[in-house]
Each structure stands twice: as C-alpha cells, then as structure tokens.
Design a protein around this ligand. Structure first.
Ligand SMILES: [Zn+2]
Length: 229
C-alpha cells in the first residue's frame, strides 16, 4: 500500500514539478535520475582516499564542477531527488570497491537534531536509503551526533581532529558484532568524521566500509567544502 502510494505521489509530482537532471538542469522523465548526456560523462574510475585511521574511503565523483553544484543543491536547496543519481553512482562504486564483501547493513553519518530540523532531512540518510534499496540490504541508524559539538568547518585542522572525538556516539539496540556495514557520507574532506564513525562501529565489533558521494580533488581546499554545512 505504502509502495503504491509512493508511486502515485511520484507520478503526480512529475506532472506538477517535472524532474530535472541534477547536473545540467535538462528535463528528464520521472523514472530517470539524470540525462543520458551527463551520464555519459560520469567518471569511469572510482576515487579513493585514506582515512586518518588507515581505512580507505571510496567515492565516484570529485567535489568539483557539476558534481559540486548538484551536491550543494541536494544539501542546501531542498533538491532531495538529486540523491538518486548520486546514490546509484555510489552503488556502482561500492560494487567495484567492496565486491568481495557480503554487506549486512547500510548506515550513515548522522546529523545533529537541530540541523536536521532546520534542513528537514539528512542527505546522507537519503543516499543510504536508496543504496540500501539498490543492494537489497537494510538501512539502519546506528550513530548519534552529540549536540553542542562545535562545527568542524569552524576549526583548524588540529582542532578538527580533537573535536571529532566525542562528536558521535553509538546508538543501536541490536548487535553489530561481525556485521559488514557500508557507512555512507555525502562528502569526504579530511576524513576525520568518517574515521571517528568507523572507529565507533569497529568498537561495536562491526567491519565498516566507508563510501561517499563526492570527495576533494586537487585545487579544492578542504576548508571550503564543509563551509556552511
Ligand atoms: Zn544532464
């Protein structure tokens, strides 16, 4: 029932508010996530970045040009359906990077309650929900962002490393012991946030596999990426 209602809502919405390609703005069918032209320009390779804790995070797009603009629109302009295109590319990236694993669960980097209230959604959860559907794996909330943690982008590199310790807590009633968990975030910059989240999941016995939508490329100063988050 809920599924058919969702489809009906999507169809009605596609008439009222036609979908646009997240990367060029061209009109697309409601069941498309981007236009075929932009899709043809998607990078063929996957990107990787080492986290401070030693794990590697994989992502399909550099945070630049059309991918940066689309990510900013997803985060700040309420363009939730842009998550579909990013999530599908991330699913392909996960299959290539982590193909040897049997993924038990998808989780995501949480947002503070206040920020989520202001924005209305957590874009990392939107991405995680779609990837979970694509991979037929459950998506679970496992982490909690502690309130009163200073914003990362307002701090120096050294302060960020200190600040991120204690910024999150584990909040999951089930067992994570032995579970392979795909950990989703929108943008990777220094990797401190993902490092802390992977550390918490590891402490609970899980095997975390970090995956992002976009990541820093040459010439993009990390400071500018999280600014305004
Ligand atoms: Zn396009």
């Amino acid at each position: 029932m809920t599924e058919s209602m969702n489809r009906l809502t999507e169809t009605v919405l596609s008439f009222i508010m036609p979908s646009r390609c997240p990367f060029c703005g061209k009109r697309i069918a409601y069941d498309e996530s981007e236009c075929s032209n932009c899709r043809s320009f998607f990078p063929k390779d996957i990107k990787r970045k080492a986290l401070p804790t030693g794990e590697e995070c994989f992502y399909p797009f550099y945070y630049e040009s059309r991918y940066k603009d689309a990510m900013l629109a997803l985060k700040f302009k309420g363009m939730r359906y842009y998550a579909v295109s990013f999530a599908k590319a991330m699913t392909g990236c996960a299959k290539r990077a982590y193909g040897e694993y049997h993924i038990d669960m998808i989780t995501y980097v949480p947002m503070s309650g206040k920020k989520k209230l202001l924005r209305g959604y957590n874009q990392s959860k939107l991405l995680a929900d779609i990837i979970a559907r694509e991979l037929s794996v459950p998506c679970c909330s496992t982490l909690y962002k502690n309130p009163k943690t200073p914003e990362q982008h307002k701090l120096s590199k050294e302060e960020r490393e200190q600040n991120v310790r204690g910024a999150f807590s584990l909040k999951y009633s089930g067992s994570l012991d032995g579970k392979v968990v795909l950990l989703i975030d929108d943008i990777i910059t220094t990797g401190n946030t993902l490092s802390e989240c992977t550390r918490l999941l590891r402490c609970a016995g899980a095997h975390p596999l970090p995956l992002c939508a976009t990541g820093s490329a040459g010439g993009v100063p990390p400071q500018s990426i999280r600014a305004g988050e």
